[in-house]
Design a protein around this ligand. Structure first.
Ligand code: UFG
Length: 325
């Protein structure tokens, strides 16, 4: 099998490439390295290209053929998307439009798409399943929801098969410490908490302690990055037997507050995390917890990492190895 991974130098894409590479799949990585790392793109052939350049995309596909595409390229920061909406629609929607056109030109009919819990907006019930209304409250979520709609239309009109996987909070690192989560600047909670504990990231700023949650801090559902990779791999198999455009929620089904995550980082690392309370961050919902029963049933997916401490331990291992990828 031969897979094109768009965004395979980024956090989740590089773990995907490693997963497929370990199972003998030929991997080509398309990445513009705007936020990805060259060192992380070591589990496939890296082609530097941008989804916003259709001619470059054609060249990538001509070097195929590919059995399927996995698409991780995106601007993905909620707060930034509120400030820079046009950049988000350009990268995430126009980029995907270009990719879909290229797939059609080159006869590639299967796509696994990185979607997000941000398509749901403010939850109207405790656990979010696929029947929950989609009403994004920030441009990032809106851009991903637009793509999901495009995928349904393209499935109806042209028979392109797709699976959109709506991640809740991707977390952790490769258990061998080879690759991990390294953004610049880093905005995500677990890497920032670990950096604060290690003394190399300043104090952790907790964005709001006046949310309507048990301890006043935001609640999220953390899912290990290798469990996301497993779901993508299963989605490839699913598309063998299922036409159409499908969407699944991926999370552990358990919510942890920011303070609970900080406590896990302290427990696992054996070091205190110095914190300051900061104002709420624009675009953050108070609580986001997944119901992933559909993915379990349809894809046969089971997360291997069900304990927050185990997820955090893989992140610590990578940070302690001074990982950069
Ligand atoms: N947080 C802090 N301090 C930090 C970083 C984060 O308090 O330094 C808080 C955030 O306000 C939020 C929680 O920790 O309440 C988690 O924040 P992250 O930035 O780690 O993750 P997000 O929930 O914002 O975002 C993730 C993905 C997005 C996806 C979103 C779904 O990164 O792509 O989940 O809402 F859209």
């Amino acid at each position: 099998m031969s897979i094109l991974i768009c965004g395979g130098a980024g956090y989740i894409g590089s773990h995907m490439a490693k997963w497929l590479h370990a199972r003998g799949t030929a991997v080509t990585i398309l990445d513009n390295l705007s936020t990805g790392h060259r060192e992380a793109a070591r589990y496939g052939r890296l082609v530097e290209a941008d989804l916003l350049e259709p001619a470059a995309l054609d060249a990538v596909f001509e070097a195929g053929p590919f059995d399927a595409v996995m698409h991780f390229c995106a601007r993905s920061l909620v707060g930034e998307s509120v400030r820079l909406p046009l950049d988000y629609y350009d990268n995430n929607v126009v980029g995907t439009l270009n990719l879909l056109r290229a797939m059609r030109r080159h006869g590639v009919g299967r796509l696994v798409f990185s979607s997000t819990a941000a398509v749901f907006g403010e939850p109207v019930r405790d656990r979010i399943d696929e029947s929950h209304p989609t009403a994004p409250i920030n441009p990032y979520g809106a851009s991903k929801l637009m793509v999901e709609r495009m995928l349904r239309d393209v499935a109806d009109a042209h028979g392109l098969r797709s699976v959109a996987l709506r991640y809740f909070n991707a977390a952790g690192a490769s258990p061998d410490g080879a690759i991990g989560e390294g953004h610049a600047p880093e905005t995500h909670l677990i890497p920032n908490a670990i950096a604060a504990a290690r003394g190399d990231g300043g104090r952790l700023r907790i964005f709001g302690d006046d949310w309507p949650t048990p301890d006043g801090t935001c609640v999220r559902d953390y899912i290990h990055v290798d469990d996301l990779a497993q779901a993508h791999w299963r989605a490839l198999g699913y598309m063998e037997t299922h036409a159409g455009a499908h969407a699944f929620n991926l999370g552990n089904g358990q919510g942890f507050s920011v303070r609970e995550v900080v406590a896990a980082v302290e427990r696992v690392g054996g070091r205190p995390v110095p914190v300051d309370i900061a104002p709420r961050r624009a675009g953050d919902p108070a609580v986001l917890v997944a119901a992933s029963d559909l993915a379990r049933r349809e894809l046969g997916w089971r997360p291997d990492y069900t304990r927050l401490d185990d997820i955090v331990a893989t992140a610590w291992r990578w940070h302690d190895g001074a990982g950069t990828a």
